[in-house]
Write a protein that binds this ligand. Structure first.
Ligand code: DGJ
Length: 719
């Protein structure tokens, strides 16, 4: 039941406090006498729940504007810092002031509360409602705003942030990410200096590739896994985003996050509402590990599609066949799928288009009819054939894109994003369809719907996205400045329709390389593709960084032929998330095949701990020769520890014990090595029993060395 408490402006005596409290933290807003709404505190909550009103008096003042800690900084009036919102009113005036009018708090569930605060301009009929949805147990807040007006004409929004936070500390340390194809999630950490640091993207179709919409900021010193205060932030938007981190003259850190306003001035009609996407953040004073576990738990509980559910292991044919396959080859691959022991066969790119067959990446995209030469009996017969083999069948699509060499392009040139008077410019020989156009939305929805109508047993979709938007222009839209925003809204409309009709079919969010994952998209997808780079050594580093923000169950990790490591190493690394294969099974040696089959059985027996357990990063791959990570079940009775040699220098290995985290100090545990390669023996003595206390204070040596480069350990409570 939702309970509302309304506090109209008239009932304010002097100033009112609006604390948003979670299990450990408090975000405290204050309405002052001037009715400005400020953030006066964001940090560990006070045990008494009161006293926050004394906080502002403890800081040296000298804010010329009275707005530096505004909860939603307007521009054009008193403000001198980076604004959250900038507008041009219907009469051409550029000034905005926002004062508190009222607020409402609602309890949505035992865990979730919602605070909304209405702000209005005293001069113009213009208002913003700020929303704060807090998740008590997960220490997480989602924040967004709704903008509307009743002016006599249209208002132009030049900036429209989701959230505007103020943090106070001696220094701020930003951990940000950059990347490119096959080099996703490269971390950089540095102290923020005064001025503005902007993290953003302008790619149109996706948030990530060069810069993902996630970051962390440590206060006072760079946080470690177990120590320090750190805030994780993420924009829930699958297109252009922008996060400004401004260290202001008062040494506050202001974080202003939202849709990127780049080329996106938004014209708002009277009474129309502009709802921003949410910005989410979680704060921990116990280091990165706690923040990460809170975020992952929240994701599984509330955001990721089927986050508490199960997933399918699979064999993908992309790297074994590329575009070169036919029914015969696929029939063999279906048999291999069964032989390997995974749940599903995933048919990748190349199964469609006839006039311009999809035999390479230069033609056919957009023509979603089965290629008659390769698949004379269509997809439905393959789905049946899969069933006969006792496996499920999944399929690849890239429905938002088109090759100029396609019937779709010939028939609907006006459905394509391109500048009418300029030369076309391609990303992987393709262009993007104009998802702002409802007819294109119908078309894209129809591709998926058609596949399911013809083959109701279809069990999985890999949704790819291999282009960015160049020459942004829509033949459908009247106002081109709305293009980037309407593209993403159009995408969500399509995904919403798909999910309304097919609520739980697993779908992988893929992008020519990683680079599309974000928490808005993940409400429609069960998993994402972190990178085309599946070299396991690279993946240890990449998956490590992704793991701060996304749960293991959402990370599609495929065993391929990338890298120089033996099969065991590759499989162990892929097991750290959602396991898949993209190899030629028939070319595996008998021993490798036996290993892979047993590894899949092992994975099936421990996958719940990997998918739903808590992650403890024990030794990171950057500063250590051995990387180690523990997945521990909620009851702390069972865990899996993955250990890898990440340094090939002479004598490198686990010379000293690796300290565990998160265990129950009073429990006793046995440690056994699992996933051994056939014919090898473990050097770990499974007869020994350790207390949790011992393992957390002294640790355990997984005995990783050049002869044992990858070691998987199972930890079990002994009663
Ligand atoms: C890019 C993906 O990342 C690959 O796995 C594969 O699906 C290709 N696209 C197909 O074109």
């Amino acid at each position: 039941m939702i309970a509302f408490f309304l506090c109209p402006a008239g009932s304010i005596a002097q100033s009112i406090l609006l604390p948003v409290e979670t299990d450990n933290n408090a975000l405290v807003l204050q309405v002052d006498n001037n009715k400005d709404l400020r953030t006066i505190y964001l940090g560990r909550k006070l045990s008494s729940g009161s006293g926050y009103d004394q906080v502002p008096g403890l800081y040296r003042s000298g804010d010329y504007t009275g707005l530096l800690n505004s909860a939603y900084t307007p521009s054009g009036s008193r403000n001198l810092a980076e604004p959250a919102i900038t507008v041009t009113h219907a009469d051409g005036n550029n000034s905005l002031d926002l004062r508190y009018v009222s607020h409402q708090s609602a309890k949505i569930s035992d865990d979730i509360s919602l605070l909304s605060v209405l702000l209005k301009d005293p001069v113009y009929d213009f208002e913003v409602t700020l929303y704060y949805r807090s998740y008590f147990k997960e220490d997480l807040i989602e924040q967004w705003s709704v903008i509307r007006h009743k002016e006599k004409g249209e208002v132009v929004l030049h900036k429209f942030a989701s959230a505007d936070l103020t943090l106070k500390a001696e220094s701020y340390w930003l951990r940000q990410y950059h990347g490119d194809w096959a080099k996703e999630m490269q971390p950089e950490e540095a102290r923020l200096t005064h001025g503005i640091k902007t993290l953003d993207t302008k790619l149109g179709t996706r948030a990530d590739l060069f810069q993902p919409p996630v970051f962390m900021v440590s206060l006072n010193k760079a946080a470690t896994e177990e120590e320090g205060t750190v805030l994780y932030g993420a924009m829930e938007w699958s297109g252009n985003f922008r996060v400004d981190l401004e260290v202001d003259p008062q040494d506050n850190l202001r974080i202003i996050a939202g849709i990127n306003n780049y080329a996106s001035a938004y014209t708002l009609a009277p009474n129309e509402e502009f709802t921003t996407p949410a910005f989410l953040y979680t704060l921990s004073d116990k280091g990165k590990g706690t923040a990460s576990r809170n975020l992952q738990t929240w994701a599984r509980n509330y955001k990721l599609l089927d986050g508490k559910g199960t997933r399918l292991t699979l064999l993908n044919n992309w790297e074994s066949t590329y575009f070169d396959f036919d029914e015969k080859k696929l029939a063999d691959l279906l048999k291999d799928t069964k032989k390997l022991g995974v749940d599903l066969f995933l048919l990748d790119d190349g199964w469609f288009a006839n006039k311009y067959p999809r035999n390479g990446d230069h033609a056919g995209l957009g023509d979603w009819q089965e290629n008659k030469k390769k698949l004379p009996n269509g997809i439905s017969s393959l789905v049946k054939e899969a069933k006969n083999n006792g496996v499920k069948f999944g399929i690849w699509v890239e429905p938002e894109m088109v090759n100029p060499k396609s019937e779709l392009y010939e028939q609907h040139p006006d459905w394509v994003v391109k500048q009418p008077k300029r030369e076309e410019y391609y990303f992987r020989n393709q262009l993007v369809l104009d998802l702002t156009n409802p007819k294109v939305q119908d078309f894209v929805f129809g591709i998926v719907d058609d596949l399911f109508s013809k083959s109701p047993d279809l069990a999985y979709i890999k949704w790819d996205c291999n282009a960015v938007i160049y020459n942004a222009y829509s033949a459908h839209l009247k106002n081109q400045s709305h293009f980037y925003i309407e593209y993403v809204r159009g995408l969500y409309k399509v995904l919403g329709r798909i999910r309304a009709k097919y609520p739980k079919v697993p779908m992988m969010l893929c992008s020519g390389g990683g680079g599309r994952v974000d928490y808005a998209a993940l409400q429609y997808f069960t998993e994402f593709w972190p990178s085309d780079n599946t070299d396991p050594l690279e993946r240890i580093f990449m998956q490590w960084e992704y793991s701060y923000f996304y749960p293991a169950i959402s990370s599609s990790n495929h065993v391929t032929d990338w890298g120089k490591q033996p099969l065991k190493f590759r499989v162990d690394v892929a097991m750290m998330g959602k396991l898949g294969f993209d190899i030629v099974v028939s070319r595996l040696s008998p021993q490798d095949l036996t290993f892979a089959q047993h590894a899949i059985d092992t994975y099936n027996s421990v996958k719940t701990t990997i998918w739903q357990g808590d992650q403890y990063r024990l030794a990171d791959p950057v500063n250590n020769s051995v990387a180690s990570i523990l997945y521990l079940n909620e009851a702390k009775t069972s865990g899996i520890i993955f250990n890898y040699l990440v340094n090939n220098r002479y004598g490198a290995g686990s010379r000293s014990p690796i300290r565990m985290q998160g265990l129950d100090a009073s429990k006793k545990y046995r440690i056994t090595e699992i996933n051994l390669y056939p014919g090898t023996n473990s050097s770990i003595d499974a007869g020994k029993i350790f207390t949790g206390d011992f393992l957390m204070k002294i640790g355990f040596n997984p005995d990783v060395n050049s002869g044992r480069t990858s070691v998987v350990l199972q930890l079990e409570e002994v009663k």
